[in-house]
Design a protein around this ligand. Structure first.
Ligand code: NAD
Length: 255
C-alpha cells in the first residue's frame, strides 16, 4: 500500500526554490501532496521548478513568484501575491534562499560582509516574520517554518566568516521565533546541511570536493534530496512536538 501523503492540500512556500536544495524541497513537498509557491530572485529558475512540479500529476496548483527576500517591499508584495493566488497564506515555509561571497577575514570587504548578512540573515528574518504575521492574522492553529542554516554557523569555516556569521544568526533567530510562535501553534526549526552537491558548491575545485568527501563518516557528499527529506519531516505532523530544533544533515561531518 502506498504511504499516505502527509501534506495533502497544504500550501508550502519555498524560497530559493529555483535551484539546489530549494528545488529538491519543492519537489519533495509536492510529492507529499502540497501546493507549492516557488520563490526565487531568478525568474527562469523559479519557472523551471514549477514546470518540474507540474509533471507530478498530484492535481495541486504550483506557482512561481519572483522576489528578493532581502527587501521588505518585495516580501510584502510577495505575501499579498501568494494570498491572492491561493486565497490563504502558506502554512509551511522553507527558507532556502541564500548566497556566499567567500574571502578570508584579512581580505573580506565590508560590502561582501553586508551582502551576505542581508540575504541570509535579514532575508530569513523578513520571510519568517511575514509568514508568521500572515498565519497569526488568518487565525490558523498550525504552521511550520523551516530555515536553512549551515553546520558552518556552528563550527566556522576558513574563508567564510560572513557566511558563518549569517548562519549562526539564522539558528539564533529560529530558536527565538520558535519560543515566540509556539503559542500560535507555529513551529520553527532549522536544518544545518554539511556539504551538499548543488550549484552553490559546484564552484569548489574537484580536489577539495574529494578531500571533503574523504572526511565525511558516511563517505559521500550530500545530495539535495537528503536535505529535502528532513524538511518534509519537519513540515509534516510527524514532527508536531519538535520546535526550536536544529537538525544537522552532514553525513557525520564535524561530529
Ligand atoms: P543554490 O545557489 O543552488 O540556490 C540558492 C537559490 O537562492 C538560487 O536559486 C538563488 O537564485 C536564490 N536566491 C539567492 N538570493 C536570493 C534572494 N535575495 N531572494 C530570493 N532568492 C534568492 O544554493 P543551495 O546550495 O541550494 O543552498 C540553499 C540553502 O542551503 C542556502 O541557504 C545555503 O546557505 C544553505 N546551505 C547549503 C549548503 C550546501 O552545501 N549546498 C550547505 C549548508 C547550507
Amino acid at each position: 500500500m502506498a504511504a499516505p501523503l502527509r501534506l495533502m492540500r497544504r500550501l508550502a512556500m519555498v524560497t530559493g526554490g529555483g535551484s539546489g536544495i530549494g528545488q529538491a524541497v519543492a519537489q519533495r513537498l509536492a510529492k507529499e501532496g502540497a501546493a507549492i509557491a516557488v520563490v526565487d530572485l531568478n525568474e527562469s529558475a523559479a519557472n523551471e521548478t514549477v514546470q518540474m512540479l507540474s509533471c507530478d500529476q498530484s492535481g495541486q496548483k504550483h506557482m512561481a513568484f519572483v522576489a528578493d527576500i532581502s527587501s521588505s517591499e518585495n516580501v510584502e508584495k510577495l505575501m499579498s501575491q501568494i494570498q491572492s493566488c491561493f486565497s490563504r497564506p502558506p502554512c509551511i515555509s522553507v527558507n532556502s534562499a541564500g548566497i556566499t561571497r567567500d574571502e578570508f577575514l584579512l581580505r573580506l570587504t565590508e560590502e561582501a560582509f553586508d551582502t551576505v548578512l542581508k540575504v541570509n540573515l535579514k532575508g530569513t528574518f523578513l520571510i519568517t516574520q511575514a509568514v508568521a504575521r500572515a498565519l497569526v492574522a488568518s487565525g490558523t492553529s498550525q504552521g511550520s517554518i523551516i530555515n536553512l542554516g549551515s553546520i558552518v554557523g556552528k563550527v566556522g569555516n576558513l574563508g567564510q566568516i560572513n557566511y558563518a556569521a549569517s548562519k549562526a544568526g539564522v539558528e539564533a533567530l529560529t530558536k527565538t521565533a520558535a519560543k515566540e510562535l509556539a503559542r500560535y501553534g507555529i513551529r520553527c526549526n532549522s536544518v544545518l546541511p554539511g556539504f551538499i552537491n548543488t550549484p552553490m558548491t559546484q564552484k569548489v575545485p574537484q580536489k577539495v570536493l574529494d578531500k571533503v568527501a574523504g572526511m565525511i563518516p558516511l563517505g559521500r557528499l550530500g545530495d539535495p534530496s537528503d536535505v529535502a527529506d528532513v524538511c518534509a519531516f519537519l513540515a509534516s505532523d510527524d514532527s508536531s512536538y519538535i520546535t526550536g530544533a536544529s537538525i544537522e544533515v552532514t553525513g557525520g561531518l564535524y561530529l
